[in-house]
Design a protein around this ligand. Structure first.
Ligand SMILES: *[C@@H]1O[C@H](CO)[C@@H](O)[C@H](O)[C@H]1NC(C)=O
Ligand SMILES: *[C@@H]1O[C@H](CO)[C@@H](O)[C@H](O)[C@H]1NC(C)=O
Ligand SMILES: CC(=O)N[C@H]1CO[C@H](CO)[C@@H](O)[C@@H]1O
Length: 470
């Protein structure tokens, strides 16, 4: 967490808890991943200004009860963009919410899952049924597929399980194969998951700046094996037509004969069986067949969840494209908010989100029974630890402090703004926990909560992040 360096990190007041948390986290990561090599640190991000036009602004008029949130959607763009939504048998409620919000404006949506289904006008494709039979051989993870099918045939609902998650990785390669076979003319292929929120206006503005005939593989970087980076599925993945052509270019054998290239699901079968993650294998497959590396567009592609989105000075005006692990309820409420916020033509940036997540600050700068996910412990000898009031007023004195939290005798700060989450009245037996935000510093950055100011208008001009090849 490089951006935390400005805050005092010398003393940890709950070393045991932190250590335990760290160990658990390390264990969790180790159980999920395969061979990892040390990756060089991310290069510093380069920002630029771009004159982009708005494709999908909020509604111009006040929304009635039966407002059409797709009213301004640039359907014409879909002639060039194939959107693919990946889901699973246990994701029923998520899929339903997604189809009635984010993907409600996409008539030519391709939905891939681990079972066939008809939902409204959509035919959900069982993408695993398109895999070679060899996938099932000696493949323990595939048993879930057969079991789920049996359960569904008997009318049972499939619940989320670790096994279902392990099955999910087999969908990535055939999903890309299918998207290209089905719609080889698309200029862009956009891959989403049923808990990914997508700001379409940001996507169209972004793609407008790229040439689809060139090979582009865009997303949020996640470290894979052997020094490779892959686009994290939970942030959305974008592939250009130029790259698809390279992936599926007919092979020239002995100088003359050309044979059609096999599907990715065939070429990388062995690897996907062994790896933990389908998005990682896809990244490998792309680089292995074409030499094309990931163009990282972080944090515009973001794998963060709503309570954890970190908004700071550096991200203030950076366009936001995606969010991850959005529950069906959040999906519906965020979509409604996004569509009906005050009409404007500016790009949706990180700080735009504050009017949604932090509108409660109009009522006061702090919240009780709330954990703001501040992490940097304030040094032991500071009066900040006396009570929540001192914690807040000391935060105010520090130029880098944007929010604080106080529980029992511990004051913590952060140089970012997060929403966080409620703490139940048990709070692990520690009593009340409060969190607060430094309204003065936030106002200097552009988020003003006083009566006269418009808290929806936080950023003058967007600063785009330049793609870095990883
Ligand atoms: C592709 O992967 C295979 C198997 O790991 C490897 O032998 C080969 O060198 C790779 N090719 C490229 C271009 O990365
Ligand atoms: C900002 O947007 C919210 C709706 O998202 C609205 O309730 C609020 O009044 C707006 N604020 C201003 C000052 O326009
Ligand atoms: C007071 C405080 O900082 N509370 C919490 C903020 O979030 C982290 C992560 O959940 C906790 O470890 C802190 O205790």
């Amino acid at each position: 967490m490089a951006f935390l360096h400005a805050l005092p990190l010398r003393l940890t007041r709950r070393p045991a808890r932190v250590l335990l948390g760290g160990l658990l986290f390390t264990f969790f990561v180790l159980t999920l991943t395969r061979r990892r090599t040390a990756h060089p640190p991310a290069p510093p991000s380069v920002h630029y200004k771009a004159n982009t036009k708005s494709f999908f602004p909020p509604l111009k008029h006040k929304a009635g009860v039966d407002a059409d949130f797709c009213e301004n959607f640039p359907t014409k763009q879909l002639d060039d963009i194939q959107v693919v939504l990946k889901t699973g048998a246990a994701d029923g409620p998520k899929l339903k919410a997604h189809l009635s919000t984010i993907t409600s404006c996409i008539p030519n949506l391709l939905i891939v899952s681990d079972h066939e289904q008809k939902i409204g006008d959509h035919n959900v494709v069982d993408i695993l049924a398109e895999l070679p039979l060899s996938y099932t051989e000696g493949n323990h993870d595939f048993k879930t597929y057969t079991e789920n099918k049996k359960a569904q045939a008997e009318g049972d609902t499939v619940k989320y399980s670790q096994a279902g998650w392990r099955l999910d990785r087999f969908k990535f390669l055939p999903m890309v194969d299918k998207a290209y076979t089905m719609n080889p003319k698309a200029k862009w292929y956009v891959f989403l998951e049923s808990d990914v929120y997508f700001f379409w206006d940001t996507l169209f503005r972004l793609l407008d700046q790229f040439d689809p005939t060139e090979a582009h593989y865009l997303g949020a970087p996640n470290p894979g094996s052997d020094d490779r980076w892959f686009a994290y599925g939970g942030a959305g993945i974008v592939i250009s037509q130029g790259l698809m052509k390279k992936i599926y270019a007919p092979k020239t054998v002995a100088g003359t004969t050309t044979t059609p290239q096999a599907k990715l699901a065939v070429r990388y079968e062995a690897m996907v069986k062994e790896d933990c993650c389908g998005d990682a294998v896809l990244g490998f497959a792309i680089q292995n067949t074409t030499g094309v590396r990931l163009e990282s567009l972080s944090p515009t592609f973001s794998g963060e969840e709503l309570k954890d989105v970190s908004i700071d000075k550096d991200r203030w005006c950076v366009p936001l494209l995606s969010l991850h692990r959005i529950s069906p309820e959040q999906m519906e409420s965020l979509w409604k908010w996004e569509r009906t916020r005050p009409y404007n033509q500016k790009p949706f940036v990180y700080s735009s989100l504050l009017a949604y997540t932090h509108s409660f600050l109009r009522e006061g700068a702090s919240r009780e029974w709330w954990d703001n996910l501040s992490v940097a412990p304030v040094p032991n000898d500071r009066p900040a630890h006396k009570n929540a009031g001192s914690c807040g007023s000391e935060c105010e004195k520090d130029r880098n402090c944007l929010q604080w939290s106080f529980s029992q005798t511990v004051c913590r700060w952060a140089n970012y703004i997060k929403l966080g989450n409620p703490v139940d009245s048990e709070n692990g037996g520690q009593g009340v926990m409060s969190s607060g935000w430094d309204l003065k510093t936030m106002a200097e950055l552009g988020f003003k909560v006083d009566e006269e100011s418009d808290m929806n208008d936080t950023c003058e001009e967007a600063t785009w992040v330049k793609a870095t090849i990883r």
